[in-house]
Design a protein around this ligand. Structure first.
Ligand SMILES: [Zn+2]
Ligand SMILES: [Zn+2]
Length: 249
């Protein structure tokens, strides 16, 4: 039971930080926060994503490119231009690493205002640090896994960030229903998003790239991250920006 709880905790905290900090803040700037809070959430992203820490700066820039060029050849990750899921993930990795190492040719407008805490960007990307997280996950399994079969879950822990990315970038661009006609293949993958903290409402999100609530267009579309964002806004941790639903950056 402890292992299932650990898996669930890792899954949900990791996807929460991806949607809250990397996606809605770093890429789309749906809200603002002070430099201190930014460092706090950087650290929380590092802890929750662990071995698969994604750079908020690289993620933000790459994701803006996705919105600008969704399902064209200039899209960093389009199922339309990939042979299969792994081919798409491999191309995404190349894009990501080029941005991370400043080898990209991406226009400056896509880079405006993305967070960039050098210390954490470097620390989270160190191989030794990633390896340390992997060892820690493995030790938890050694201590608490009821049988050897549970060790098959370990690769998901190791690659948690990219796994969440792949679910949306591949499956939510192929399967699901649409509320809106958009210029790309984005779909609402799950009618009730119990897995991805609102990220599943991808068709809604491609239609309204600056809207902090991903759900809310049908009675069953509940975005679990949104009430949390409202609460953080209310207590003054972040400040929600309004009136820019159509703008994705
Ligand atoms: Zn998309
Ligand atoms: Zn987006």
């Amino acid at each position: 039971m402890l292992i299932i709880a650990f898996f669930a905790a890792h899954w949900y905290t990791s996807v929460l930080m991806q949607t809250f900090f990397l996606h809605r803040y770093a890429a789309h700037q749906m809200f603002t926060m002070s430099p201190r809070w930014e460092k706090f959430f950087y650290t929380l992203t590092f802890i929750t994503q662990g071995s698969s820490f994604l750079s908020p700066r690289a993620y933000g820039i790459m994701h803006r490119l996705h919105h600008a060029h969704a399902d064209t050849e200039a899209d960093p990750h389009s199922p339309e231009f990939s042979k299969n899921l792994f081919d798409m993930m491999w191309k995404t990795r190349i894009y990501y690493n080029d941005i991370l190492n400043n080898r990209d040719q991406i226009a400056a407008r896509f880079k405006k205002g993305v967070p960039n805490w050098r210390f954490m960007e470097r620390l989270g990307d160190r191989w030794l640090v990633r390896l340390g997280w992997m060892v820690a996950y493995t030790l938890i399994y050694v201590a608490f896994a009821p049988s050897f079969w549970f060790f098959l879950l370990l690769p998901v822990h190791f690659l948690m960030g990219p796994v969440h990315g792949a679910i949306i970038n591949w499956y939510a661009h192929r399967y699901g229903y649409t509320n809106f006609a958009v210029n790309d293949t984005a779909r609402n993958l799950l009618p009730f998003d119990f897995l991805m903290m609102g990220e599943s409402y991808h068709n809604n999100h491609h239609k309204f790239g600056g809207r902090a609530n991903f759900g809310g267009f049908r009675w069953h579309e509940f975005d679990p991250a949104y009430p949390l964002i409202r609460l953080l806004d209310k207590v003054g941790v972040i400040r929600l920006r309004t009136g820019r639903d159509e703008a994705y950056m």
